[in-house]
Write a protein that binds this ligand. Structure first.
Ligand code: DP6
Length: 340
């Protein structure tokens, strides 16, 4: 038996991906941009194995066997096998694959678990099958946002324009250690599975949200401006674009019919808290962003972390307001997926 084990971190989008123009190839309606966390915080760990005795492809997620190996995983297998290297790699075309994957955080609670999971799977398979060159496009076939977790630091998923998706790939915006003062604080409001998954939610938004069509025009400028803010380490501009983009994404969810609402009262209290804190400081010091769930990700600089953590603990104590967990991370000690 040949096995490979890797870990891959989650990424937190500041310019959100929401909408596909091709469901099979997972080609987005807009480019997106995120920061990948370090390996120690929120990560997936995956072991892939091949052996001539395996009769079928199988998968275990957090210790539980999944009924069927999904179409997306099969697409990932197919593409990986196609690009299999020659030397010293396994007989990928014929052998069946077993996957064992676990997250060190709640799955499907809007914490980008699929991004870390698929990035990790694709990275592990690329080692097993000795695939060389670009692999973010293979990760994209598993879950769109996963392509960004292939790289560390701030990463853009460029939507691309080719119909085969070959230019819909992730690219690092700057090198991993560009902005070492930047921190991320994840506030877990709920670790319950989300009611409408991202895949389904964005499908309905594409079908009937007029705001989504407008957003497609707005995003290119935002990507340009936030990229400049990251390169210049201009936190105020970075934070304002991040919050506006999160708000616009959730506005699209409400503009979808029937509406999708991912934010809860506690999420909205966190938004108010951040704006009040920034007003009090007379400067934008903290930015919030929310994915397809109620949990908040706060971006802030290291010098403000102790004060913000203590205020969060004061205003959102676990027993009253239901913050089940806070996790501190950094988008800068960034490593790409790593093999163990
Ligand atoms: C709100 O990547 O989970 O987190 O491509 O259908 O698997 P699929 O969707 P997914 O969507 C993520 C949506 C988001 C925004 C983002 O991460 O950019």
């Amino acid at each position: 038996m040949k096995t490979v084990t890797c870990t891959a971190p989650v990424n937190i989008a500041v310019i959100k991906y929401w909408g596909k123009k091709d469901e099979d190839l997972i080609l987005p309606t807009n480019s997106s941009l995120s920061a990948t966390l370090g390996q120690d915080e929120l990560r997936a760990k995956t072991t892939v194995a091949v052996d001539s005795s395996f009769k079928e492809d199988k998968m275990w997620l957090n210790g539980k066997e999944e009924g069927v190996v999904s179409k997306r995983i099969q697409n990932v297998f197919r593409e990986t096998r196609k690009r299999k290297g020659n030397q010293d790699s396994v007989d990928g075309l014929n052998q069946k694959i077993h996957i064992c994957s676990e997250n060190n955080f709640p799955t499907a609670a809007g914490l980008a678990s699929s991004a870390a999971g698929y990035a990790c799977l694709v990275y592990s398979l690329s080692k097993l099958f000795n695939v060389q060159g670009e692999i973010s496009d293979i990760a994209r076939l598993g879950s769109g946002s996963a392509c960004r977790s292939i790289y560390g630091g701030f990463v853009e998923w460029q939507m691309g324009s080719l119909s085969d998706g070959s230019d819909s790939i992730a690219k690092q915006v700057t090198h991993d250690h560009h902005w070492p003062e930047m921190c991320i604080l994840v506030l877990v409001v709920s670790d319950q599975k989300k009611h409408t998954g991202s895949t389904q939610g964005m499908q309905i938004s594409v079908q009937n949200s007029t705001l989504l069509q407008k957003r497609i025009e707005i995003v290119p400028n935002r990507i340009k401006n936030i990229t400049k803010a990251i390169i210049d380490k201009d936190f105020v501009t970075f934070a304002e674009i991040t919050m506006k983009d999160s708000n616009q994404f959730h506005a699209i969810c409400l503009d979808t019919y029937p509406p999708i609402s991912y934010l809860t009262d506690v999420s909205r209290q966190i938004i108010s808290f951040v704006h009040q804190f920034n007003d009090h400081c007379q400067q934008t010091k903290v930015a919030y962003t929310f994915d397809a769930g109620p949990n908040a990700c706060l971006y802030l600089l290291e010098e403000d972390l102790p004060r913000v953590v203590s205020l969060v603990n004061h205003y959102f104590p676990p027993q009253n307001n239901g913050l089940t967990l806070t996790i501190q991370g950094r988008p800068v000690t960034l490593q790409t997926p790593t093999q163990e």
